[in-house]
Ligand binder design. Structure first.
Ligand SMILES: C[S@@+](CC[C@H](N)C(=O)[O-])C[C@H]1O[C@@H](n2cnc3c(N)ncnc32)[C@H](O)[C@@H]1O
Length: 386
């Protein structure tokens, strides 16, 4: 079977979470860079990675990796890629996105047109076609230039993988599904522990946690672009991945996951989103201000994304809001709390320095993931666990 090098991008700072997910799927990691993990696998890995990875935005096949600091080098490097091994004759192939960091070539549109010309030239030399017919399936490319090193990826996912298909309704500042999943997987939360999001908005944290608990693969309710690439990936491998995903779903899981928000409409939206994700029975959503946050049990987790002053007029309310969150957290017995926010004064108003703090880039926005660790629950005796 053909062996590919696959590339999966992730949020800067969360590479270790994606790396662990890929290893858990059984693939060998070949390289970890800022915001990207590379691994190897055959066509089946393309299907399984798209279906099961919760924390990447897309899965790409690496088709080229070369140095170019002039357009001539870019042309020759692109032309040298064995495109006919990846594309059928009638493929519609183009550079969908070019990103450049610290490189001599830095104009995306010029890079796009030069690479397109190079592919068409190879097509005419190898296949004797004066132009690419482009009447077939789409094979979009994503190109990264970093210090004049050009990496070329063939995008197998199509729509970003954060689009799981469940979040049709959302509020003003939703967190992406992939980032929410990565943050949950970064914490020690486990489905047998309580999870509460007091600022749940459209429900992303509770829904992602419930999907993890129920073993629902993130790609179960969507399609992937490479499903149409029968020249590279036999159809039965997609069916195998879907069967595997179906077999992993755990019915009747027992969890305590709750989502609250002050806005009644967004709570209804969260419920509808959970319904589409197939986890509505696993989450208790309720309209409730953070000032009323309480729980009778010990050792729970708050994982949340409070307002961070998205609108200037809201910024003045942040000290009171974060102070209230801190007070309610202290009133909970032996809980842990994890807060992602770009609000720089969060610790000051919460009233405690975080035990750990991780900088995470959410797109261009610098955010912090504050981790306030509570005690671990006592280990249950063997007979209790049986
Ligand atoms: C940044 S958004 C959370 C987005 C959410 N993570 C998502 O993916 O949709 C913050 C949320 O806090 C809610 N909120 C604002 N003040 C609140 C309060 N005092 N108590 C509870 N929720 C509040 C807002 O209605 C909003 O939905």
């Amino acid at each position: 079977m053909t062996e590919f090098t696959l590339m999966a991008p992730c949020h800067f700072g969360l590479e270790a979470v994606l790396r662990r997910e890929i290893q858990d799927l059984g693939y060998e990691i070949t390289e970890v860079e800022n915001g990207r993990v590379m691994f190897c696998g055959g066509p089946d890995a393309v299907c399984r990675a798209n279906m099961f990875l919760r924390t990447t935005e897309r899965v790409m096949i690496k088709v080229g990796d070369f140095h170019a600091d002039t357009f001539e080098e870019l042309f020759q490097g692109t032309k040298a890629i064995p495109w006919e091994e990846y594309l059928p004759k009638d493929a519609k192939c183009w550079v969908k996105k070019a990103s450049c960091i610290n490189s001599k070539l830095h104009a995306p549109s010029s890079i796009q047109s030069m690479m397109k010309k190079a592919i068409a030239t190879r097509w005419s030399e190898k296949l004797g076609l004066s132009s690419m017919p482009e009447t077939g399936e789409e094979y979009p490319l994503r190109v990264f230039l970093n210090r004049d090193r050009v990496t070329v990826g063939l995008d197998t996912s199509g729509d970003s993988l954060h689009k799981r298909g469940y979040r049709l309704l959302q509020g003003a500042a939703p967190i992406t599904e992939t980032l929410a999943a990565a943050l949950i997987l970064l914490t020690p939360w486990h489905p047998d522990r309580i999870l509460v999001d007091p600022f749940c908005g459209s429900g992303t944290f509770p829904i992602e946690a419930a999907m993890i608990a129920a073993g629902i693969a993130p790609g179960m309710n969507r399609e992937f672009l490479a499903e149409k690439w029968t020249n590279l990936i036999p159809r039965n491998l997609w069916y195998d991945a879907a069967d595997e995903a179906q077999s992993m779903v755990r019915e009747n899981v027992d969890v305590d996951i709750q989502g609250y928000d002050i806005d009644g409409e967004i709570v209804q939206a969260a419920r509808a989103n959970a319904g589409r994700a197939g986890v509505e029975k696993l989450i208790h959503f309720q309209q409730r201000p953070v000032a009323n946050l309480s729980h009778p049990k010990k050792y729970g987790f708050i994982i949340t994304n409070p307002p961070y002053g998205e609108r200037m007029e809201d910024r003045k309310n942040l000290p009171v809001l974060y102070r209230t969150l801190g007070e309610r957290f202290r009133a909970l017995d032996s809980w842990s709390m994890f807060v992602i926010t770009s609000y720089e004064d969060a610790e000051r108003w919460i009233g405690r320095k975080a035990d750990k703090n991780r900088k995470i880039y959410n797109g261009m926005m610098k955010t912090y993931f504050y981790q306030f660790m509570g005690p671990k629950p006592p280990r249950r005796k063997r007979e209790d666990r049986a």
